[in-house]
Design a protein around this ligand. Sequence first.
Ligand code: ATR
Length: 280
Amino acid sequence: MIAETKLPAACLIGWPAAHSRSPLIHQYWLKTLGIEGGYNIEAVPPEGFAEFVLHLDAHGFVGANVTRPHKERALALSKPDARARAVGAANTLWYEAGELRSTNTDIEGFVGNLDASAPGWDAATDALVLGAGGASRAVVFGLIERGIKRVHLANRTIERARALADQFGAGVFPVALDAVGDLLPRAGLLVNTTSLGMHGQPGLEIDVGLLPSHAVVTDLVYVPLQTPLLAAARARGLKTADGLGMLLHQAVRGFELWFGQRPTVTPELRALVEADLTRA
Ligand code: ATR
């Protein structure tokens, strides 16, 4: 329908095409900015992904978001920027001079959310990042890019933290989870990238009372919106940034690349997505 009328449209490619908030976010921006365009969900199995992505324009799309399990393939099938290469996964595709490009917007989602929710957060000299999976890679890259001097990386499987530290070089220090308590007093920023605290998972065992009073705490988990970690940090009067903020901020760049206008993360958009999360 959209392809026939030639309105610019983007899509989210996943398998299975899980329930995603991306259509809600991009359709809100299209509407509020008065842009005629579309954003669809496309369920594409792994065996059909290469054909779909390599002919994205023929399928009627000016670009796409990519989610599990396609992010690594998306990187390999396009011309990635430095961010996508550093993370090893692409979540956003667009055309530049006829060429299929890719980036990873989790980095600017993470940093943009902190800038909006806890300005001054980057005065921290030491950041403590919990977890060493894909999300952590984006976080560590963002922290280094922003000039944070020491990034301490704690993970249950210490080898994964070591591998990530090796990739990023001098300013990243792998630590065992049981050493976290010793690091908390000097952590100006605490980031949870693990799935702990997520609905149905055990909570993180972190004593936020050990953090300095100027510390900022952020959690990538957004179901629930207020994780036990964020609740404890707020109860102590620390500044926080939540996972929903990162989700909203990571969508900004894709929209700008596809539709030519930089959108804003408004309280109204946040309320819209928050209501959808509560319904789910
Ligand atoms: P993502 O791409 O979202 O980062 P991931 O690559 O599966 O997902 O990483 C999940 C992170 O949560 C990892 O750091 C994982 O620790 P391991 O590397 O040791 O697996 C962490 N994690 C998940 N469940 C955990 C648990 N019960 N205790 C401690 N860490 C956990």
